[in-house]
Design a protein around this ligand. Structure first.
Ligand code: UDP
Length: 235
């Protein structure tokens, strides 16, 4: 196996499947199966999940809502998604723990790095909810932060496209995919992988980001097994 401990980042929108809002149970069950495949290979899996399928603070602010209030709603949305993913994984008999950056202690454990690592060592999937626990941040930043804290080998960003292209592959059929690209080149070429806070945190801490298609069956397992799937961003 190429990786021993991974941080998988899933966007909230990915959970919508074909829907316009909320959670598609079919998509959730598919993701749980993909994750189970890698857990069964002995890979330690931590997950950060977004909340964009339910609420984004910036969207609230655009409609006149206080940004911090909206961001609190967004962070709670990630906890809803985390609970849903936890259920789906438990349906697959995968042991999990949900740890949240904002305390909801009747529902989930608070985030404690040492505990998270212990869970991972015991083969449990750890889902990190509530982002960083701070407004004005994103779950991409939370994903990089947690990956660094738990000493993950890489951050795997599951998307609906199979990597990073020179132009948008959903709009331009001549778009060319990068197998690997440096952090500096991503910035120089003006490509978008993550928001800058998340991206520079990853660069400064030498944490590789792998962008891959999470919606193709078996891709996650292929990736952790060392197959060239997606695009690797590294220093
Ligand atoms: N959020 C936040 N702080 C964080 C992470 C998230 O305030 O550390 C809020 C923010 O409002 C954000 C929302 O939670 O819009 C959902 O997260 P994100 O937009 O990153 O989700 P994704 O795009 O991955 O679905």
């Amino acid at each position: 196996m190429q990786y021993k401990r991974i941080l998988l980042k899933l966007s909230g929108e990915a959970l919508m499947g074909e829907r316009q809002y909320g959670i598609d149970p079919k998509r959730l069950a598919e993701y749980a199966k993909e994750i189970k495949q890698v857990v069964e290979k002995g890979i330690e899996v931590a997950i950060v999940i977004g909340g964009g399928n339910i609420f984004r603070g910036v969207a609230g602010a655009a409609n006149g809502m206080d940004r911090v209030q909206g961001d609190h709603m967004g962070m709670l949305a990630t906890c809803i998604n985390g609970l849903a993913l936890q259920s789906a994984l438990e349906d697959e008999n995968v042991h999990t723990r949900l740890q949240t950056a904002l305390e909801i202690k009747e529902v989930a454990e608070p985030y404690i790095k040492r505990k998270a690592i212990r869970h991972l060592e015991k083969g449990r999937v750890v889902i990190f909810g509530a982002g960083t626990g701070n407004p004005y941040f994103t779950t991409d930043t939370a994903a990089v932060l947690r990956a660094i804290e738990i000493d993950a080998d890489a951050i795997l960003k599951g998307t609906r496209v199979n990597g990073i292209y020179n132009t948008d592959p959903e709009k331009d059929k001549n778009a060319v995919k990068f197998e690997t690209i440096t952090f500096k080149d991503v910035i120089a070429k003006g490509l978008k992988v993550m928001d800058m806070t998340a991206f520079t945190l990853s660069e400064e801490n030498n944490l590789p980001i792998i962008v891959f298609d999470m919606n193709t069956n078996g891709n996650l397992l292929k990736l952790v097994s060392g197959e060239k799937i997606g695009t690797i961003v590294d220093n």
